[in-house]
Write a protein that binds this ligand. Structure first.
Ligand code: 1HN
Length: 346
């Protein structure tokens, strides 16, 4: 009985408050399961020119030692305060100036990097030093030691993509610092590309030490670009994708990381792709050319290194204003591993 109004509470309301007090929620009050995904992240584009300018202006205000990694996070407007681009992926743009070192550490989040600009930067991953040249893809699996350095003349900028929100959701975050600023190098330069990057694999694996901590760590842009370019020139076009090749881990034939896939796509000038939607969440990056994207009913014009977040089950069409190349990452391997990947081609 409510004293103010004198109206009696309905018996079910009384029962429900009793249930809540006992730590129980009445499922009969909840809306039913969704008929289709309604993503917690929203379509969003980011201007590379704006990010680049902000990073270069921020740099004089902090020593690299202070900030550890100088990164601007692509934080989704619908997930503000979460450091997340999407429910499973983190992405950010990192600036390393000539002479700077990003000190060695390792963490339980898996990472990949896609280089935008600057020659002479390098990564050391699991004891091997690798160049980071524009367009290169570098893979840093979970718990791999990594540090970055820069012997060139111009600022180096790259995209970092990690499964940070996923690992946080799973309560499985670990991080460790290395003893020194830089790693001890244990493999000569070029080792992993020779072992795994030539369409061949090491044999006679009795000595596990041979391949332990060794895998394909760098995918040079010259080679990946040449591959999609050749197929595009030969007219091998898919109406939904143009030419789209996936970077693979040659040991498994699968995605480069268990939770993150990477692709390079080529679209001839004037091509308009047919509409496509899938349960994967992707980030597209224009690496050459200019692309008009129609996403969830809105239009985005993307120039060099501009980025676009494509949430789950949101229809996408791409129009190449001129010949264009698009790098992309997605959480597809995760969805495929648990049987949740779906696609609808329009
Ligand atoms: C990280 O280790 C790097 O190693 C970049 O450069 C971005 C974002 C979140 C957590 C770890 C790097 C990161 C990160």
């Amino acid at each position: 009985m409510s004293a103010a109004t004198g109206t009696a509470m309905k018996p079910l309301d009384v029962l429900e408050s009793e249930a809540r007090a006992a730590g129980l929620a009445p499922m009969w009050r909840r809306p039913g399961m969704r008929g289709q995904p309604e993503s917690r992240c929203a379509p969003q584009s980011w201007s590379y020119a704006a990010i680049r300018s902000l990073l270069l202006r921020a740099a004089p205000h902090m020593s690299h030692a202070e900030c550890e990694r100088r990164v601007l996070i692509l934080e989704n407007a619908a997930m503000s305060g979460t450091w997340s681009m999407s429910p499973t992926l983190f992405a950010g743009v990192q600036l390393l100036l000539p002479g700077e070192v990003a000190p060695v550490h390792r963490h339980s989040q898996a990472a990949l990097r896609f280089a935008f600009e600057g020659n002479g930067a390098h990564a050391a991953i699991d004891g091997e030093r690798l160049p980071i040249e524009p367009g290169d893809l570098l893979v840093t699996p979970r718990w791999a030691w990594h540090d970055h350095g820069h012997d060139g003349q111009d600022p180096a900028l790259w995209l970092d993509v990690l499964d940070v929100p996923l690992v946080a959701t799973l309560d499985a975050e670990f991080r460790e610092w290395g003893g020194d600023e830089r790693q001890q190098l244990s493999s000569p330069p070029g080792t992993s590309e020779a072992m795994f990057g030539q369409g061949m694999l090491p044999t006679g694996g009795i000595d596990a030490a041979l391949t332990d901590g060794r895998y394909l760590k760098r995918y040079a842009y010259t080679r990946s670009r040449a591959a999609v370019m050749q197929l595009m020139s030969a007219g091998e076009l898919d109406p939904w994708r143009g030419v789209k090749l996936q970077y693979i881990d040659p040991r498994s034939g699968g995605a480069v990381l268990p939770t993150i896939a990477a692709h390079l796509q080529a679209l001839p000038g004037g091509m308009v792709t047919r509409p496509l939607k899938s349960t994967e969440t992707s980030l597209l990056v224009v690496t050459e050319g200019e692309v008009r994207a129609s996403l969830g009913g809105r239009s985005y014009l993307l120039g060099l290194h501009d980025m676009l977040l494509v949430p789950s089950w949101t229809e996408l069409r791409l129009e190449a204003v001129r010949q264009s190349f698009v790098f992309s990452v997605s959480n597809a391997p995760l969805l495929k591993a648990v049987g949740l990947w779906r696609e609808a081609q329009g």
